[in-house]
Design a protein around this ligand. Structure first.
Ligand SMILES: NC(=O)c1ccc[n+]([C@@H]2O[C@H](COP(=O)([O-])OP(=O)(O)OC[C@H]3O[C@@H](n4cnc5c(N)ncnc54)[C@H](OP(=O)(O)O)[C@@H]3O)[C@@H](O)[C@H]2O)c1
Length: 289
């Protein structure tokens, strides 16, 4: 049995789907407040549903019973309820889960963090790096996945990149390269981590097949759609000022992530692909889709 925490999220739901397609059993941790349609979708795929919350150690302890592997993608960055915070969920909640996994004798812990190139201090980075360290010290077999920006999120209207309306917001100059990765590929790495020896006690930096700048993505879209895009830049200085001015931990973390995106995040996947021979989705594939 594999326990997926964050199962109603973009990445977690895709991980559940991939396990179930391979006839691997999945227990999906959802919350009493989770979107019922997302819970029903997990159920119809064949997942066993367990209700819990990372802030509630007893619920995660119960969820870990009889589990072989835990895969945690949960985060409050986008999906938040009353009482959720980076400190309570991304930090303490993930540590509750790690402790519960250890106590229950789980054999493999897969933790989804983010790219090691994101080194701008912010509460989310503190939480991610602290949990990574505790996972590594836990004595459990672990895999830490450090993906860069998901193309489905960072090249979407959620962050102002509205390709359908040929109107995009670009952070910084738009000239620094990012190895945008498809979340489906991150999900595939998570699933294969349980069986691929190269993922045992490993930290994997994950990017897509090529590093390309936001302005190159815009050019690609312009030629695919035969439209001229309006590009609005948010200068790095403005992002820096936003980071300094933010008082809320989530706003600080968003400002840091936008700034990190502006500064670029190129990840060379050559060595990783030798042990994980996946065909990674390119931005061009994504644009065509
Ligand atoms: N987006 C990117 O570009 C990117 C890049 C690198 C790494 N990542 C990392 O990838 C991971 C997955 O991202 P995503 O886009 O799939 O996130 P998402 O769609 O926002 O999903 C977050 C999940 O966490 C759950 N959750 C939140 N608080 C919880 C709590 N207190 N207890 C239990 N579950 C809780 C949510 O459940 P509810 O539905 O009940 O709220 C949801 O299932 C995150 O850790 C993120 O930091 C993302």
């Amino acid at each position: 049995m594999n326990l997926v925490v964050g199962a109603t999220g973009f990445l977690g739901s895709d991980i559940c789907r991939r396990f179930l397609q391979q006839n691997q059993s999945v227990r999906a941790l959802v919350r009493s407040t989770s979107d019922p349609a997302k819970v029903a979708a997990l159920q119809s795929l064949g997942a066993e549903i367990v209700t819990g919350d990372l802030k509630d150690p007893a619920s995660v302890a119960a969820a870990c019973q009889g589990v072989r592997a835990v895969i945690s993608t949960a985060s409050v960055t986008i999906s938040r309820q009353a009482g959720d915070s980076i400190q309570a969920v991304d930090l303490e909640g993930q540590l509750n889960l790690l402790n519960a996994a250890k106590a229950a004798g789980v054999s493999h812990f897969v933790y989804v963090s983010y790219s090691g190139n994101i080194d701008i201090a912010c509460p989310l980075s503190t939480a991610k790096r602290t949990v990574e360290q505790r996972v590594q010290e836990s004595g459990l077999t672990y895999t830490i996945l450090r993906p860069t920006n998901f193309m489905e999120v960072w090249l979407s209207p959620v962050v102002g990149f509205d390709a359908a309306n040929a109107n995009v917001v670009v952070y910084g100059s738009g000239q620094n390269k990012v190895s945008w990765i498809s979340l489906g590929d991150v999900a595939q790495f998570a699933v294969e981590s349980l069986t691929n020896p190269a993922a045992r006690n490993a930290v994997l930096e994950l990017g897509g097949p090529e590093a390309i700048s936001p302005l190159e993505v815009v050019k690609m879209l312009e030629s695919a759609t035969r439209r001229t895009f309006t590009v609005q830049h948010v200068p790095e200085e403005a992002l820096q000022a936003q980071l300094v001015a933010a008082t809320d931990p989530i706003q600080q973390s968003f400002a840091a992530l936008m700034l990190a995106t502006a500064q670029g995040d190129a990840i060379d996947m050559t060595a990783t692909l030798q042990t994980f021979p996946l065909r990674l989705t390119s931005v061009e594939d994504f644009v065509r889709r």
